[in-house]
Design a protein around this ligand. Structure first.
Ligand SMILES: [Fe+2]
Ligand SMILES: [Fe+2]
Length: 247
């Protein structure tokens, strides 16, 4: 019985939405089939696979039908987190999605998923991604203050959702946590954030995140041990479509 994680499958079996240039890199070629094979090789039916957001380019549930079917056909229990591209998933309708998909998929938002003596907690998260202003030497000298203020509001809302997830688990007696975010826990200028503070306050053992695509983004945030917590980036292209073993 093992716990695996990976993010950013960006499936598009139905939707015609054009993927950004970065998703045309070699690593994305036939990635659905490669990931399916990699899962079949390591993930067993009694394992749990957490998919850390950006599941589908479909904008509605109807446009995601085949993508969600692909996910349902993967081995193990599937737990899904919301990514910024998951338009089919209205945060307020998480309970309805859990009702609709029953035991086939679990949608993690304002709730938690029990795994052995751990609670898997999480939310989409958010982090300010610019615009940043650079000098001639490429050093950051400033940023868009208006966008930064807007980001702060989104971060506050996501911190409330994350707290709700931790509290629901705590209420049910859980004391061991693995924390999932779609966005990285910090932006490129930060050493810590409300998300790292919350992970520390509740004693999360690991923080797992995705969203960062392409070589240039893989080092945007914390990786490895920080203040006693293990941070892992699990975006699919970073892992070259091999699910990462968490526990
Ligand atoms: Fe993504
Ligand atoms: Fe994303």
């Amino acid at each position: 019985m093992s716990l695996y994680a990976i993010g950013d499958l960006h499936l598009h079996f139905q939707s015609q939405l054009k993927a950004p240039g970065q998703l045309k890199e070699r690593v994305w070629r036939n990635h659905e089939e490669r990931f399916r094979k990699n899962c079949a090789a390591v993930v067993h039916e009694n394992d749990t696979l957490v998919l850390v957001g950006d599941h589908s380019w479909g904008r509605t549930l109807a446009e995601c039908e085949k993508d969600l079917q692909y996910i349902m056909d993967l081995p193990g229990t599937k737990v899904l987190l919301r990514g910024n591209h998951d338009m089919f998933w209205d945060a307020k309708k998480t309970a309805a999605l859990n009702h609709q998909f029953g035991s086939r998929l679990f949608f993690l938002q304002n709730n938690y998923f029990p795994y052995r003596d751990y609670a898997l907690v999480g939310t989409k998260g958010y982090t300010f991604e610019g615009p940043f202003y650079l000098n001639r030497r490429g050093q950051i000298t400033g940023w868009d203050e208006k966008e930064a203020a807007h980001a702060d509001k989104l971060i506050e809302r996501e911190l409330e959702r994350l707290r709700a997830s931790f509290e629901a688990a705590k209420h049910d007696g859980y004391t061991r946590f693995i924390m999932f975010l779609h966005y990285p826990p910090t932006n490129i200028l930060q050493r810590r954030s409300g998300f790292t503070d919350m992970a520390e306050a509740y004693g999360a053992e690991q923080v797992i995140y995705a969203h960062c695509h392409g070589q240039a983004r893989f080092h945007d945030s914390i990786k490895g041990r920080f203040h006693g917590i293990e941070y892992r980036l699990v975006s699919g292209d970073y892992l070259v479509w091999n699910p990462s073993r968490v526990l």
